[in-house]
Design a protein around this ligand. Sequence first.
Ligand SMILES: CC(=O)N[C@H]1[C@@H](OP(=O)(O)OP(=O)(O)OC[C@H]2O[C@@H](n3ccc(=O)[nH]c3=O)[C@H](O)[C@@H]2O)O[C@H](CO)[C@@H](O)[C@@H]1O
Ligand SMILES: C=C(OP(=O)(O)O)C(=O)O
Length: 428
Amino acid sequence: MEKLLIEGGHPLEGMVTVSGAKNSAVALIPAAILADSPVTIDHLPEISDVEILADLLEDIGGKTKLEDDTLRVYPENMFPMPLPNGKVKMLRASYYMMGAMLGKFNKAVIGLPGGCNLGPRPIDQHIKGFEALGAKVTNEHGAMYLQAEELTGARIYLDVVSVGATINIMLAAVKAKGRTVIENAAKEPEIIDVATLLTSMGARIKGAGTNVIRIDGVDELSGCRHTLIPDRIEAGTYMIAAAAKGREIVIDNVIPDHVESLTAKLREMGTHIEVGLDQITIRTPEQFEPVDVKTLVYPGFPTDLQQPFTSLLTRAKGTGIITDTIYDARFKHLDELRRMGADIKLEGRSALVNGNQSLHGSAVRASDLRAGAALVVAGLMAEGVTEITGVDHIDRGYDSFEEKLRNLGANIWREHIDYMEEEEMQNS
Ligand SMILES: CC(=O)N[C@H]1[C@@H](OP(=O)(O)OP(=O)(O)OC[C@H]2O[C@@H](n3ccc(=O)[nH]c3=O)[C@H](O)[C@@H]2O)O[C@H](CO)[C@@H](O)[C@@H]1O
Ligand SMILES: C=C(OP(=O)(O)O)C(=O)O
């Protein structure tokens, strides 16, 4: 086990380059299963979710070659090997193995996914989609069994706007017979990225990025080369860190439209922001105004930035309210921020953050990926040293986090936790 240590208070300055999007990468890697020849994906982030998915492709007989930020997938000898346990529980996006394997082999046996514990995260809409396409889906002892004689296009209305269900149904439908229409589809940029890759492979998809997606099934998909879009959540995390502590920070390789909801809120708080073509420059203001934020589906304020944004609100002159309409239990970071001196009340799905509190370094634990990002942002602002455990969560989604922050002037480093310390932590 490892922990992150941050000595707070150092101003940040310079340029940080955003890596490829985690939530695209984790869908594009399973999508490569659908091709009959090699698929090359460029600009992948170096994160554990990517490594585990590449491993899962090997587990079903594929070959993968990861060099720098490029992954080459050789799908020629894959077979529908059951994946009931183990690695599938280490991340959320293993659910895309269901759609991709069903689309390729008409068959899949896969354990239920893991990922951040944000309260219940059902996959009923994924299953509704697979069943509409003709698959029989059963859950036996925690493993999902999916099987179809043949997949046939269907009209599927999602009862909940779901990123995962939209992509999973696309993966299962691209080789189905006839037309599939997904209504009330999610519109996140990552969905467009997946549709772009599948289209390069020969799929016929229209409407990705709108709430109605039409897919006309094709018999064969072939290999291609694709470059991932930049990670808007990583970009947003650096924007928040820059607002918190940045003399002047340039965030490079960002699609400004993808972070518009955050840019608007940071400006409302008084942050100085200049938006270029693929760069955003940010400077900390003298004083932060409190703001209210509600997370919504894209293009609304992303739930994945709710937690780091909460840390920034502790610096506002007054009370800001942050409401998560997507996950009702995405608040495990609040107790940890309170340990650092934050004054936050939780009322239902809303955190009431009383600003003007100076934070102090403490020993805290990241319960999930973005809770980890929230604690890093808080650690950068706090007086003294913050020790963050639960680093494996952070490593799921941030490429070279400490290195990138160190290049901006942060004093952040990683230490190994020895056996005795681990015991002590577990008993405390
Ligand atoms: C790997 C990945 O891309 N993860 C992202 C994806 O997660 P994920 O795909 O799991 O999130 P969804 O968009 O599916 O979930 C949105 C909401 O719908 C609910 N729901 C979802 C599916 C379903 O079958 N039934 C159902 O009720 C969920 O509980 C949640 O309240 O989108 C989330 C919302 O932007 C992000 O926080 C995650 O970072
Ligand atoms: C919730 C997240 O990830 P996952 O869905 O992979 O758990 C996230 O990226 O903030």
